[in-house]
Design a protein around this ligand. Sequence first.
Ligand SMILES: Nc1ncnc2c1ncn2[C@@H]1O[C@H](COP(=O)(O)OP(=O)(O)OP(=O)(O)O)[C@@H](O)[C@H]1O
Length: 355
Amino acid sequence: MSIEARFRIDRKDFVLDVDLTLPDKGVSVIFGPSGCGKTTLLRSISGLEHSPEGYLRVGDSVWQDSQQFVPTHKRPLAYVFQEASLFAHLDVQANLEYGMKRVPKADRKVSLETAVELLGIGALLKRKANQLSGGERQRVSIARALAVSPQLLLMDEPLASLNLERKQEIMQYLQSLHNELDIPIIYVSHSLGEVARLADHMVLLDDGRVTASGNVTELFSRLDLPIAQSHKAAAFIQATVAEHDEAFGLTYLDFAGGRLSVLQSNLAIGSTVKLRIVARDVSLTLKHQTETSILNIFPVIVDEIISENHSQVMVKLMANGVPILSRLSLKSATVMDLKPGKQVYAQVKTVALLS
Ligand SMILES: Nc1ncnc2c1ncn2[C@@H]1O[C@H](COP(=O)(O)OP(=O)(O)OP(=O)(O)O)[C@@H](O)[C@H]1O
């Protein structure tokens, strides 16, 4: 089953007009510039915004159609905002129990203990909410959202008010939520870093309209979308931890297109990881080079080339079906006579391990 959402909200200077199908598993990120309607879309899903002609189905439950509009408080969802909104005078435990008590026992799929453990807040339970740091407050808000065992979790830039260090820390908790819970998450963000680490599905929103919606790996490698034109353009791939090489301090990762190495990690053999390969770190050669310091080399087929400006091109490559991007000078592309269908070798300078 999926999530199906159709809304039209008319405001004086802004129209949200969307027709979306989202997976009912994993994290779907709504991504777009400030003012494009991300929060309005999330509010429409929650029922805080009423689009008269709207339609919303989550799995097999219809929350809105021409006959009915389930009010927000009756929708089995949880909403995490940018700023944590906890009861300042209550301790963390009481804050967590507050929402949970409204949920009938039979519907409690996430126990308080699980929520506490997933967000690492066991040591904070007796602390008053106004004695927490910003990052701790946000972790408690997320745990409180989980404790109501929602069928859908909505998160509106939950990391926006935190500094980089706190962001990284909470991101780890969000990743483990994603791995361990079966609750679909719709997550608003305007950070490509968050999208890269958390998203399975991405919706690009621009001026109230959906410009693309699909699997993250696929959207990041689409040359017609603005993400491929940003200086951070990158490919995201899944790989499996194959081997640790103690002698050289490396870990080998296998993906459909070959074997990659990263600095040795303590990841379990056989576990799945997400990797980022930035387009400007990928160079191409016509022959397999052996006299090079670059370790990560694999064959690829040129799929598409677009010119970015008068001196630079972006090349989409396929490594046995896995898209990889390479940003090159126009001169290199011309000298190598790159064209769709040509087989070349990708040399990757840096592979970043995201999870
Ligand atoms: N209550 C409101 N009344 C009228 N216009 C509003 C209201 N809330 C938002 N808007 C306008 O609707 C448009 C979409 O706003 P929205 O908050 O959904 O964008 P956003 O993509 O979430 O932005 P940001 O990333 O800055 O949070 C904007 O033009 C905004 O000014």
